[in-house]
Ligand binder design. Structure first.
Ligand SMILES: Cc1cc2nc3c(=O)[nH]c(=O)nc-3n(C[C@H](O)[C@H](O)[C@H](O)COP(=O)(O)OP(=O)(O)OC[C@H]3O[C@@H](n4cnc5c(N)ncnc54)[C@H](O)[C@@H]3O)c2cc1C
Ligand code: SF4
Length: 585
């Protein structure tokens, strides 16, 4: 697809920064309103099908699917014992990636940590700088939030409520479901609203056993709600329906785009309207301000390859660079009118940073299935989701908020349980006998949004493009650790209730950032003194500036955020288009 050239003399209706879930959605909604839109993306447009090669067998890959020898991806221990920006100790690695970058299929999608350094407290920051951002490789679990999340303060007194209720966003969740496709089963749970689902995946034997085992405890296990089209989308020629090829299990994305990604789901259809100009390799370094009106006027970007500097103009600027990069950009955009950074009169930009705590989990064996003939269980874009059960009807004595578990079981392309001791024929026999009987799950819990957890600009360290890096001040605290302890205990109690043999219980909390669900650095709210954006993700300070990614979140909930990011963005962009038409921006 030919990309039209960016016109530096023109004032676009809207300039969008970032092309992931948020930027892609903004491009889709605004171009369908007939606006002339420029989309700036720091990374390049990769030949993504060649990168992902979803059907490649391990033996056809030079490194069995792992990284080439000159590259290294950070391990849990390295995150905890080495200080970012990861200089000394990694001399042998030409390319250094985050923990996600451990496969040959994602090495060009995730960033090189050395080119994109950050400092401060430990953080496993996973970034994808290419067209589509992290949506090229996301895990597809697509969940809604509810008023248990939007009005969480009413329930336990902590933090702030969102300035919206579920009723405000529900119609936009519906739009996202119908436009992008989602699989799942209706459960009628007040704390995890249903989507408009396409054909669901099936639970396998051990998963059903767990579902039935925990029913008597009042707990719910449901099919993985995957942001995947299982029935196809007649309105989208770039995406195929899921063939159930099982490649989702592997680290990497879906090369037939059954799993949602921003380019094929949102950006290419937006380009087909004729209203979208896409500029890749455009690293925005500053949002500019008209010093007369105080409004945003456009953006300065550096060509990521030639290093040449450009300025583009827009009537509206939409920041969608992902939670932490968006905060960085606002902080970088200092001016006489905005000495603390753009949209930051409240001092809250970079603060109230939150996400999900991960680590505690369990592996078990359904004894009845040991030695049974292998079944084909991996033709699914996901296993199961075990929904939140804490602090819904009763108050837990040790922590507030909740957590859910993601898990799966059954025979897959890469057998589970290969860490069994032994070697040779006996080892192979042992793996064969047990692999279909394994079942495992890991928790994702809400990290409270606290002002004290924040990022700021580092005064000394800069990235490859000479742009100041972020410095982290971010830690899990008591509530999270007590919740993690509970995850470990309830995982065991549920596996016991299902009659599984427990193989391993994990109590280790993973490094901050591991969930890749960073949120909340420019939160929305009604009070401009304590929030950065209003309910339409519009800056309180600069009315033609919108921040439409996870930074707008008021709390993290325990549900994965991407579907909510897109539903909120759709709502905000409808409002934006209306306000622009009325001359209010
Ligand atoms: C392995 C993995 C598994 C995941 N699993 C799930 C899951 O199961 N469920 C779920 O809900 N979420 C999941 N996520 C998270 C999900 O991918 C993100 O929530 C989502 O992509 C966020 O969208 P975004 O647009 O905010 O950011 P991104 O997708 O990161 O896109 C941001 C874009 O902005 C660009 N950009 C950054 N800075 C600049 C700049 N200065 N100038 C121009 N462009 C810039 C980046 O290059 C990037 O393309 C997962 C992520 C990963 C990596
Ligand atoms: S299982 Fe479906 S969504 Fe996953 S890689 Fe295969 S076709 Fe894509």
């Amino acid at each position: 697809m030919a990309e039209p050239e960016v016109n530096l003399k023109r004032t676009y209706d809207a300039v969008i920064i970032g092309s992931g879930a948020a930027g892609g959605m903004a491009a889709h909604v605004l171009t369908s309103h007939g606006l002339q839109v420029l989309l700036l993306e720091a990374g390049k447009k990769l030949p993504i099908e060649q990168e992902l090669r979803s059907m490649e067998w391990p033996y056809d890959n030079a490194h069995r699917g792992f990284l080439p020898p000159d590259s290294h991806s950070l391990t849990f221990n390295e995150y905890t014992i080495r200080n970012p920006p990861y200089g000394a100790g990694f001399e042998k690695a030409k390319h250094l990636h985050s923990y996600v970058g451990s496969s040959d299929y994602v090495k060009n999608i995730v960033v090189d940590e050395r080119e994109n350094p950050f400092t401060g407290t430990n953080y496993a920051w996973v970034r994808a700088r290419c067209l589509g951002g992290k949506t090229n490789i996301w895990g597809r679990l697509a969940l809604r939030l509810s008023d248990y999340d939007f009005k969480a303060k009413d329930r336990d007194g902590f933090g702030e409520n969102w300035p919206i209720s579920y009723g405000d966003i529900a119609p936009y969740y519906d739009k996202v479901d119908l436009y992008l496709g989602i699989t799942g089963v209706k459960e009628n749970l007040p704390y995890l609203p249903d989507s408009i689902f396409q054909r669901p995946t099936k639970l396998n034997c051990a998963e059903l056993t767990l579902k039935q085992g925990i029913q008597k405890m009042g707990r719910v296990l449901t099919q993985y709600r995957a942001g995947v089209t299982s029935e196809g989308l007649k309105h989208n020629k770039y995406r195929s329906r899921c063939y159930g090829r099982g490649a989702c299990e592997r680290k990497g994305g879906c090369d037939i785009h059954a799993a949602f990604d921003s380019p094929t789901g949102l950006i290419y259809p937006a380009m087909d309207t004729g209203n979208l100009t896409l500029r890749t390799n455009a690293t925005v370094r500053e949002i500019t301000i008209d010093q007369q009106t105080g409004k945003a006027s456009g953006a300065h970007f550096i060509d990521s390859q030639t290093m040449k500097d450009y300025h583009v103009r827009g009537k509206v600027v939409i920041v969608a660079a992902s939670t932490l990069e968006s905060a960085r950009l606002l902080l970088l955009s200092k001016s006489r009118l905005h000495p603390n950074g753009l949209a930051n009169s409240s001092g809250h930009v970079g603060h109230n940073f939150c996400e999900h705590i991960m680590g505690p989990g369990i592996a078990g064996r359904a004894k009845d299935l040991v030695g049974k003939a292998p079944t084909l269980d991996d033709g699914r874009p996901g296993g199961f989701y075990l929904t939140r059960f804490r602090n819904l009807t009763e108050k837990h004595p040790k922590f507030i908020r909740g957590y859910g578990f993601e898990g799966g079981s059954g025979s897959t392309m890469f057998p589970r349980g290969t860490d069994t001791h032994g070697f040779g024929a006996d080892f192979k026999e042992e793996v064969r006998k047990n692999q279909g009987a394994f079942i495992g799950m890991g928790g994702f819990g809400e990290v409270l949004a606290r002002y004290e957890n924040f990022v700021e600009l580092d005064p000394a360290v800069k990235d490859k493009w000479d742009i100041p890096s972020l410095r982290f001040h971010y830690k899990f605290r008591d509530n999270e650790h007590r919740m993690a302890e509970d995850m470990k205990e309830t995982a065991q109690e549920m596996f016991e209730a299902a009659g599984f043999e427990i193989v391993h219980v994990n109590s280790r909390v993973l490094t901050e950032g591991w969930s890749i669900h960073e949120l909340g650095t420019a939160r929305m709210g009604n009070d401009p003194k304590t929030s950065v954006l209003n309910q339409f993700e519009q800056s309180h300070d600069v009315k033609n500036l919108f921040v439409v990614d996870g930074s707008a979140f008021v709390n993290a909930s325990c549900q994965n955020p991407t579907w909510t990011i897109m539903a909120l963005c759709w709502r905000s962009c409808d409002y934006l288009a209306d306000e622009l038409r009325k001359g209010n921006l």
